[in-house]
Design a protein around this ligand. Structure first.
Ligand code: BTN
Length: 247
């Protein structure tokens, strides 16, 4: 993996997508910035990116065609980040749909997978990862929106580079290595276990409605979440799923 270090940038995802557009990007490139002025979160949110307080990175993937579904990268990236943070001493991190890393209900890290003008003959993905490392204070509007935490708040005195060093092997294994992201059924099972959702009674929110049932499977190949509602099975397209909450 090639680590490309930036000072202050708009967004490392934007830098990775620009390198992809220019044709200079390589599979496994990692863009890391000290600060971002326009860090992006999921669902159009901003990612608060003060200098040297968080890890802001984007991994470039140029997998061979045909590409696995985007949801597979989303899930694999969440698992990699969760595993790396656990190895760094984070107590009992879990995943919240689709790939927020939470500790005790507070968000510690997030992942944003983007692609621009995807050509199935030459697939590319930009996997952006943000980890709160040294923040002790967050802007009031972020604290109002959701519970947040950082390694510092959890009592873990780790430097941003130390977190990067911990993350690289996990990203390599789950996303960059030949054959990644691997067996999609296994990935789906790993995800449901890490998200503490396997076999649980859940509420799934889509843009249109909410459905409650027992979560029996996550098919990344089929792009569906499978719920049992008594005798009946309901398959919800992953692209429509906004939130999954264990009841
Ligand atoms: C989320 O949970 O909403 C996803 C947050 C992803 C933030 C990271 S920080 C590095 C990369 N560059 C960005 O602009 N966003 C991602």
């Amino acid at each position: 993996m090639r680590v490309l270090r930036h000072g202050e940038v708009d967004s490392t995802n934007e830098r990775a997508l620009a390198a992809l557009a220019e044709g200079t990007a390589r599979h496994g490139d990692v863009h890391v910035a000290r600060a971002q002025t326009a860090g992006r979160g999921r669902r159009g949110r901003r990612w608060h990116s003060p200098a040297d307080e968080g890890l802001y990175l984007t991994l470039v993937l140029l997998p061979p065609p045909p590409p696995p579904p985007a949801a597979a990268w989303t899930v694999a990236a969440g698992l990699a980040v969760r595993e790396a943070l656990e190895a760094l001493g984070v107590p009992d991190p879990s995943l919240k749909w689709p790939n927020d890393v939470l500790v005790g209900g507070a968000k510690l890290a997030g992942v944003l997978v983007e692609t621009r003008g995807l050509d199935p003959a030459r697939p590319h993905f930009a996997v952006g990862v943000g980890v709160d490392v040294a923040q002790r204070v967050f802007p009031a509007e972020i604290e109002r929106e959701r519970a947040v935490t950082s390694l510092a708040r959890l009592g873990l005195a780790r430097g941003v580079d130390e977190v990067l060093e911990g993350l690289l092997p996990a990203l390599e294994a789950r996303l960059v290595a030949p054959g990644a992201p691997g067996d999609l059924d296994g990935l789906g099972r790993d995800y449901l276990a890490a998200a503490r959702l396997a076999g649980r009674h859940v509420r799934v929110a889509t843009a249109q409605r909410e459905v409650e049932g027992r979560l029996v499977g996550l098919s990344l190949a089929g792009g569906e979440l499978e719920l049992a509602l008594g005798e009946r099975r309901e398959r919800l397209p992953l692209a429509h799923v906004v939130a999954v909450t264990a009841l």
